[in-house]
Design a protein around this ligand. Structure first.
Ligand SMILES: [Zn+2]
Length: 1126
């Protein structure tokens, strides 16, 4: 055994100083605190009700207060007096329209008065003074709470700050210059009788409190300190030492606080700072380098302002100024604060209505605190707008940004839109935006989306860097928990450890409050001081730098996972169908805009006297794009938005479009006459008629004529004429001079009506349903009655439609299981009997309150190679509650996937329910057609204004009408008119379907003209000619936005002085490489491939002799060319 010798150094025997004082005897036994009780106690400290408030911190919140209630019988004795004026007819006049002219009409008012009804406006003139003892106070606040939205103006009409009522934002800082002299001062408040989320039309609001007061800022700061420490005590994990330390210190603060001694507040704050750090009262807290750890969460302020939703556009215009000026006030006191705002339209409204506030915004944009973002005209829906519409969202948005701010946005900002089409990444890259932000997929009600930071890839292979803020909201309150979730819920931490936190009241506007900024300072102070169990948060970076940090850390995005195709929102599937009228008007507007730009381009090149009306076209596009806002076009707004704003706006747009198309055609010599007004003698001149085709391929068309022309062949009734154009000049359609070879006939055998044209044979039974559609050429039955639907095609089905919530937005899976087939026809009659068209008119009673009348028609053909389809034209009288009308086509097709037209391309979706991801797509969005094809044969369903569709098993199902009751009780009630067609075809999906869908949708090919008028048109219409692979389609022709000879509404530099330019948009419609040639009917000076902002990207060689250049396209590429004419 070895002897242990104590070491010789003194430590062995020395007693530590603590140990010297450590009592030998325990005379004061201490209990172990009970965690839950010590945690629950914390809320007592800041509660403003419950009985303890006079004994806890709230006792000191206010240092002094005066109001106008000193003498109820004599308002003049109060410190605040006010008078009010109600604007007539729910109008929303500007300050300058009310003050000073209408001041004599202002009447005295007092606290307790009520104001209304909903949507009314009340102006207040307020005269106030402070008690003499307050003159030297640095901070005097107005408290004003009427439970509704308000805006404070100075005496000159400059907006200063919003008040949102209901205890949310009820304080306004009185500028010291107003009260320092001790004299009375005057200011104004515009009261809007609505809350942040709209109002009821009969709602009245009580002016609950008005006062001036001096806040105790030390008490307020302690309140924020305690809030964050209390959250740490509640929300950190049980294994966290920081959690228990926070609880201990909070209890220590409560024990230190003395309600009889205000000075204890500062002692309490000192305790708080031992946990939160010494820098929490300034932005210096974000510069702390103590821990040297990288920032993990970037907090960015925003206030989502729905451009219309539970309020009209007219109120949004006021929400913008209220929200944004308030943010500028916060920026003045918080230098670290960065705020982003989207939607060029909103900036334009502000610039028009409040130019002074717009200048204040510009100042803060230059200082980097106010960051315009998004690059689109509005935060648009991306399911329903056409490809050209999406291009224009960016063209208008980015041009506004460049014109007014001097830069383009690099981020498409779309936090709240209801799903994202498979082409969005391509549009983004063509609009110079490599970044995309949303969070809406966190609303999925079936599957959890697996990514937060990833590459999102379009059908053409274009990608954007997408971030979905992990806190799953764009309206966070900047709570401790929001910061925590911004990393904790991040699903791509393997690749990247950054999250964005979007905070600020939103949807109805509002934005961050100073309280949120104070909380974020403390969250950061906490990690600086006690470590990083809470993610390290930073305020002061903008969105662009966030994305570039992600790129830097992920090998320029290459190490991030990729998601291909659409970001389908598993929610809000009813929005493809709700508010059918706005969808019909939108489709029509888009098609007429296309036609207008085409004919106006031709006219402006051909005629020296005609000027392309760029400013007018832009104004129409602005309104059309506005109506594509993500609650308007999807159909989720209140009634007044549609009735008072959207329908009138689009009605006017359509009238202007028709007028402008006629002006352009008149410049080309085509003047439509009121044919019915012609005398017999004059009408003889119209024996030779023609019409124009605005589509870039030759076509055949059976069109109505209002009188009997001698051109043959006509229909039996003499009301239709068969027109066709040639390959050489597809733009002029002339009547066929001979009889058509395959007339359409109708017959009746027993109870069955048969329509037949040599290619198709359609059997309609006594229920008015198609029991057989036989393709005579391909010897194939198209209708399959072997599945769930045993009755036939064009079977109307009425589904129960009672979603869990969100009436206008949602339709649920279980609705598919509760339905009734619309039964026997109440009447079937033969309407037309060939040879051009044969048709049946069928009446159905949908329910005791709704009816549908359908014309089923089949056209005669001049060649069996021509496209032949069965057309359906419906008139519906719709008066339902929570019902969904769809039409079914059971078809003899078997395939795993169906193709749905999307913007300039196709989205393929499963026709089975293998996985929950497949099931979730039980209702999807489709544009002009949906196609279900096998290798050898297929069926397309084409429509003129519908967007909801589904293909499963052997059923193709087009969604027609819904009847939700929220937020618009009257949604879709009334009369509807729409058309669709069933087109069976040999082989898989081909260009016949794409082109037939364009033709079926054409809105402007019904005007007929004297053939002699086509002289100029005949030449001019050959301006642009595409020859090449058939999958490439020339969709749009327009003049260049920056052409020097055109009047525009921007200050952007003109280009190519002395030249006119033509912009051509082409796309591959089916998904395959393509090559072709474009020939211009004028001398070419230069050709460029451009982006959708019409910025030149590369110069293209051309053949000067032929005025021709070659093009090449990737699968699903959207290509744009700018041709500079000599
Ligand atoms: Zn929204």
């Amino acid at each position: 055994m070895r002897e242990v010798t104590p070491p010789l150094h003194s430590g062995w025997t020395m007693v530590h100083p603590d140990e010297q004082t450590y009592p030998q005897l325990n005379k004061d036994p201490q209990f172990k605190p009970v965690d839950s009780i010590y945690e629950n106690r914390l809320k007592q400290f800041t509660n403003t009700s419950g009985g303890y408030e006079d004994l806890q911190l709230p006792k000191f919140y206010v240092k002094g207060k005066v109001d106008n209630q000193k003498d109820e019988n004599d308002l003049s004795k109060g410190y605040i007096q006010f008078t009010t004026y109600t604007t007539p007819n729910l109008s929303r006049p500007l300050f300058k329209e009310v003050i000073p002219d209408l001041l004599p009409e202002f009447k005295p008012a007092r606290v307790g008065d009520s104001f209304g009804p909903g949507w009314s406006t009340h102006w207040f003139e307020i005269k106030a003074k402070v008690p003499d003892s307050w003159n030297k106070e640095k901070l005097v606040l107005l408290n004003w709470d009427a439970g509704n939205e308000g805006l404070v103006y100075d005496k000159n009409g400059l907006p200063l700050q919003a008040l949102t009522g209901s205890s949310e934002r009820t304080e306004f800082t009185i500028p010291p210059s107003w009260y320092e002299s001790g004299k009375e001062f005057t200011f104004y408040i515009e009261m809007a009788c609505n809350g942040m989320f709209g109002t009821g039309s009969g709602t009245y609001y009580t002016l609950g409190s008005v006062s001036l007061f001096i806040p105790n800022m030390d008490a307020r700061n302690l309140y924020y300190d305690f809030w964050i420490m209390g959250d740490a005590a509640r929300e950190l994990s049980v294994s966290s030492g920081q959690k228990h330390k926070a609880r201990e210190l909070c209890n220590k603060i409560m024990n230190t606080f003395d309600p009889e001694d205000e000075s204890t507040i500062l002692k309490c704050r000192e305790i708080a700072k031992s946990y939160l750090g010494k820098d929490i009262d300034s932005d210096a807290v974000f510069d702390d380098k103590t821990n040297q750890l990288p920032t993990q969460v970037y907090a960015v302020g925003n206030c989502h302002i729905d451009t219309a939703w539970l309020w009209p556009f007219a109120e949004t215009k006021r929400k913008i100024v209220r929200s944004w000026i308030t943010q500028i006030r916060i920026m003045e006191n918080y230098p670290e604060y960065v705020f982003v705002a989207s939607q060029a339209q909103q900036f334009k409204w502000l610039k028009t209505m409040h130019p002074d506030t717009f200048d204040e915004v510009l100042q803060k944009v230059h200082e980097g605190q106010f960051v315009p973002i998004g690059g689109s005209w509005v935060e648009n829906d991306t399911n329903i707008p056409s490809g050209e519409s999406l291009s224009r969202q960016f063209l208008l948005g980015q041009r506004f940004f460049q014109d007014n701010f001097g830069f383009k946005s690099d981020t498409f900002w779309l936090p709240d839109t209801f799903g994202y089409s498979s082409q969005i990444p391509q549009f983004c890259r063509l609009a110079e935006m490599p970044n995309f932000l949303t969070q809406k997929l966190s609303w999925n009600n079936i599957n959890t989306f697996p990514e937060n930071t990833f590459n999102w890839v379009a059908i053409d292979g274009s990608q954007v860097l997408c971030h979905m803020p992990p806190a799953n909201t764009y309206t966070a309150s900047a709570h401790f928990g929001d910061v925590k979730r911004s990393l904790q819920q991040h699903k791509n931490l393997y690749n990247d450890q950054h999250g964005l936190l979007l905070y600020g009241h939103g949807d109805g506007g509002g934005g961050p409050t100073t309280e949120m900024l104070e909380k974020l300072r403390r969250c950061r102070g906490l990690t600086n001081t006690v470590g990083s169990e809470l993610p390290i948060v930073k305020v002061g970076e903008n969105i662009s730098s966030f994305y570039s940090k992600v790129r830097k850390g992920t090998d320029n995005g290459k190490s991030l996972p990729a998601w291909n195709g659409e970001l389908y929102l598993e929610f809000h599937r009813g929005t493809y169908t709700s508010q059918a009228k706005v969808k019909y008007m939108m489709r029509t507007s888009e098609l007429l805009l296309r036609d207008l730009e085409y004919v106006a381009t031709v006219a402006s090149i051909q005629s020296d006297s005609y000027v392309y009306p760029l400013d007018k076209i832009t104004a129409i596009w602005e309104d059309v794009c506005l109506c594509q806002f993500h609650d308007v076009l999807p159909g989720s707004c209140i009634e007044i938005v549609y009735r008072d704003e959207v329908w009138p706006m689009l009605t006017k747009a359509l009238a202007n479009l028709r007028g402008l198309i006629n002006e352009a055609l008149e410049a080309l010599g085509l003047k439509e006459k009121g044919l019915e007004a012609l005398s017999l003698e004059e009408s003889a001149k119209y024996d030779q008629v023609a019409t124009l085709n605005t589509l870039p391929w030759d076509r055949k068309l059976i069109m109505p004529v209002p009188y009997e022309v001698s051109a043959k062949p006509l229909n039996a009734q003499g009301n239709l004429v068969y027109m066709e154009s040639t390959k050489e000049n597809p733009t002029i359609l002339k009547p066929l001079s001979s009889k058509i070879k395959h007339p359409a006939a109708v017959s009746k055998i027993d109870d069955v009506h048969i329509l037949e044209n040599g290619k198709l044979k359609v059997s309609v039974d006594k229920n008015g349903v198609i029991t057989s559609l036989y393709d005579l050429v391909n010897d194939r039955e198209v209708v399959d009655l072997g599945g769930k639907n045993e009755s036939g095609a064009n079977q109307y089905v009425i589904f129960d439609d009672q979603p869990l919530s969100y009436g206008a937005w949602d339709t649920e899976l279980y609705s598919l299981e509760k339905y009734k087939y619309v039964g026997g026809a109440s009447k079937i009659e033969i309407l037309e009997e060939g040879p051009l068209r044969s048709s049946l008119k069928i009446q159905h009673q949908i329910s005791s309150t709704s009816t549908i009348s359908t014309i089923i028609s089949l056209d005669g053909l001049n060649s069996l190679d021509d496209v032949s389809f069965v057309a359906f034209e419906c008139e519906v009288d719709w008066n339902e509650k929570y019902k969904f009308l769809k039409v079914e086509f059971p078809v003899s097709i078997t395939a795993d996937y169906a193709s749905y037209e999307t913007q300039f391309g196709l989205t393929k979706r499963p026709t089975h329910f293998n996985t929950s991801w497949d099931t979730a797509k039980f209702e999807v969005c489709s544009h002009k057609f949906a196609d279900y094809s096998e290798y050898s044969y297929g069926v397309s369903v084409i429509n003129d204004s519908k967007y909801g569709f589904a293909v499963h098993g052997n059923l193709m199902r087009l969604s027609l009408l819904r009847a939700p009751k929220y937020p618009d009780q009257t949604a879709d009630i009334g009369k509807h008119h729409f058309k669709y067609a069933l087109y069976p075809h040999k082989g898989s999906l081909g260009m016949d379907t794409v082109k037939t869908a364009w033709e079926f949708n054409s809105r402007s090919s019904t005007a007929i003209y004297e053939i002699g008028q086509f002289g100029i048109w005949s030449e001019a219409s050959q301006l642009v000619k595409y020859e090449g692979d058939s999958n490439i389609l020339l969709s749009n022709i327009k003049r260049g936005e920056d052409d020097a000879d055109l009047k525009s509404n921007t200050k952007l530099a003109k280009k190519f002085s002395g030249h006119k330019t033509i912009v051509l948009r082409l796309y591959d419609a089916l998904g395959g490489k393509g090559k072709g040639k474009i020939t211009i009917g004028a001398d070419i000076h230069q050709v460029f491939k451009v982006n959708i902002l019409e910025e030149e990207k590369e110069e293209v060689e051309f053949d000067a002799k032929k005025n021709q250049f070659s093009i090449e396209s990737r699968a699903f590429e959207i290509s744009t060319y700018k041709v500079v004419l000599a």
